[in-house]
Design a protein around this ligand. Structure first.
Ligand code: COA
Length: 383
């Protein structure tokens, strides 16, 4: 096979249809089931968006009430999942904890081997409802430093985002923080055939089960070229040095210098660039507005200085724009999440888009099995 026929990284290859979302890098738009993501982030709860991704339509008030009741019932941490988490070292990455929890949930699911649409919808909803307790408990046990830690029980009177923050921090978050978190969940929910979605679709195409596909997708999301970038952004901020006493301008100057040095050393700076968007990520303005509100709420202008300094230096040097992970990282930091918890937050959100794709894959399935061009030794024989 000629070298030019190989599309490294499947760059530019269209592999299938999807009705879940449409990314248009030319118009810089992202539609979930036809709705602009910015409108959804401004007007909807994450629960409504999850319903939309799975069902193709926004819920009526009755449908939303049923859906919400079902989600709230699925929130408590399964004692067996808790035991398994407790057996994992706190030195393990929280993404390994998420991946393991998803796998255990699959093995314990009453409909484990049922691949009907109804069973898969139930599994998707169960994962969506349960993952916040996994992430919240994992952060709490890491903070307990070996002392016994009890999970904070979910609250039925709180929506998804408010309850997530409640279970993590054990106190009720103010409305602005809940709103910013809700926006981040909606923006992270879905993005067509990205690496983790595609990895999961490959697994689903073998007629494996939904939890296996989610478990594989979590593995793909962990990498810093994909979801792990939101955590890597914070490592960059840490490396430059977060100095709350500093002014916005001072922080921006130090960040610019850091970026110039990094680019001179040909480093890849996480949180910048995108395989599909080449003129900026459609989700960034909405997430940046949420970050701005959090910076004002927590009174931390120096973080905006670091943000602006890196962004403008990258733009001047290479014209490369930030992706969603860039504003999401410092937003989660301000809310109080540990840096290594950022990608698990992405998991909690993306479970919705992933499972919408996996059900779509099953609905019009063809085993995904590409070809390769062999470039090893010619045929030879054992002496
Ligand atoms: N920092 C510095 N340079 C970057 C860059 C970044 N974040 N992203 C792209 N570039 C440069 C590359 O070095 C390359 O330059 P060159 O042609 O001089 O060698 C050029 O831009 C093309 O990059 P490439 O990695 O080939 O593009 P891609 O489409 O394969 O990459 C990403 C897309 C996302 C993998 C890439 O932009 C990246 O690694 N970004 C950082 C990780 C990240 O934030 N991931 C989250 C994505 S939502």
């Amino acid at each position: 096979m000629a070298e030019e026929e190989i599309k490294k990284g499947l760059d530019g290859v269209v592999v299938d249809y999807t009705a879940v979302s449409k990314v248009n890098p030319d118009t810089n738009s992202l539609l979930y089931r036809g709705y602009p993501v910015q409108e959804l982030a401004a007007k909807c709860s994450f629960e409504e968006v999850a319903y939309l991704l799975w069902n193709g339509e926004l819920p009526s008030s009755g449908e939303l009430a049923d859906f919400t009741a079902r989600e709230r019932a699925g929130r408590p941490l399964d004692p067996v999942v808790k035991q398994v988490i407790d057996a994992l070292p706190t030195t393990s990455h929280p993404m390994d904890v998420c991946r393991t929890a998803a796998s255990v949930m699959g093995a314990r699911h009453s409909l484990a081997e049922d691949s009907s649409r109804e069973a898969n919808m139930a599994k998707a909803l169960d994962l969506f409802a349960a993952m916040p307790a996994v992430v919240a408990y994992d952060q709490r046990r890491r903070h307990a430093a070996g002392r016994p830690v009890e999970p904070v029980e979910p609250r039925d009177d709180l929506g998804y985002s408010a309850n997530f923050l409640w279970m993590t921090f054990g106190e009720e978050a103010v409305a602005e923080v809940v709103e910013a978190f809700n926006v981040s969940m909606i923006l992270y929910a879905e993005h067509s055939f990205n690496a983790s979605t595609f990895a999961g679709r490959v697994i689903m195409s073998t007629l494996s089960d939904l939890h296996s596909a989610v478990t594989g997708a979590i593995g793909a999301l962990k990498g810093p070229l994909h979801g792990g970038a939101n955590e890597a952004v914070m490592h960059t901020f840490d490396e430059i040095g977060i100095r709350p006493e500093e002014s916005l301008e001072e922080a921006a100057d130090r960040a610019k210098t850091w970026m110039e040095n990094a680019l001179a050393q040909k480093k890849k700076v996480m949180g910048f660039g995108h395989r599909v968007y080449k003129h900026g990520d459609s989700r960034v303005p909405t997430m940046k507005a949420a970050l701005d509100k959090m910076i004002a709420h927590y009174g931390r202008p120096e973080l905006l200085g670091l943000y602006n300094g890196l962004e403008s230096a990258m733009d001047e040097a290479k014209g490369i724009k930030p992706n969603l992970d860039y504003p999401a990282g410092p937003t989660y930091h301000l809310m109080g999440f540990d840096t290594n918890m950022f990608t698990p937050l992405f998991v909690a959100s993306r479970i919705t888009g992933w499972t919408a794709h996996f059900m779509e894959q099953l609905n019009a399935n063809s085993l995904i099995r590409p070809l390769s061009a062999y470039n090893g030794p010619d045929e030879r024989h054992v002496p």
